[in-house]
Design a protein around this ligand. Structure first.
Ligand code: FES
Ligand code: FES
Length: 150
């Protein structure tokens, strides 16, 4: 696989969970393990640019493909605009949902640079936040979109 722009070969068999390989074998623990059954969005990654639940993929399905995790989105030194905006809006409490939300938001902004609030809500519809921070998260995505346009 190409993981965050770097070719990686893993020892896990094809049928192993991509989520477990990312977290366990590659140490990319920013991708969260929530429900484990495609229901919460905590484990979202980009697979060839498409938002996917890593808990529902096997490593074999990612063979030869490009995987982007939260670690590949930005860094403390060079945050993705969505990461900077989440901080500015103080959007989030425990933060458990935020990796998957940032992946979904980044995919939205890549294909739609000027979303309205309804489009942001629709793009994040599969991401659960049990802290109830959705209002601030939506504001942060709109803020990031604006920042990316200037
Ligand atoms: S852990 Fe994958 S969708 Fe919840
Ligand atoms: S900030 Fe806690 S689950 Fe979203």
């Amino acid at each position: 696989m190409i993981v965050n722009g770097r070719a990686r070969t893993v020892a896990a068999p094809d049928e192993a969970s991509l989520l477990h390989v990312l977290r366990g074998e590659l140490g990319l623990v920013g991708t969260r393990h929530g429900c484990g059954s495609g229901q919460c969005g905590a484990c979202f990654v980009l697979l060839d640019g498409e938002v996917k639940a890593a808990c529902e993929l096997t490593v074999g399905q990612a063979r030869g493909r490009s995987v982007t995790t939260i670690e590949g989105l930005g860094s403390p030194e060079r945050p993705h605009p969505i990461q900077a905006a989440l901080l500015e809006e103080q959007a989030g409490q425990c933060g458990y949902c935020l990796s998957g939300i940032q992946i979904a938001a980044a995919a939205l902004l890549a294909r739609r640079p000027d979303p309205d609030e309804g489009q942001v809500r629709a793009a994040l519809a599969r991401n659960l936040c049990r802290c109830g921070a959705h209002g601030r998260i939506v504001r942060a995505v709109l803020r990031a979109a604006k920042a990316m346009r200037v």
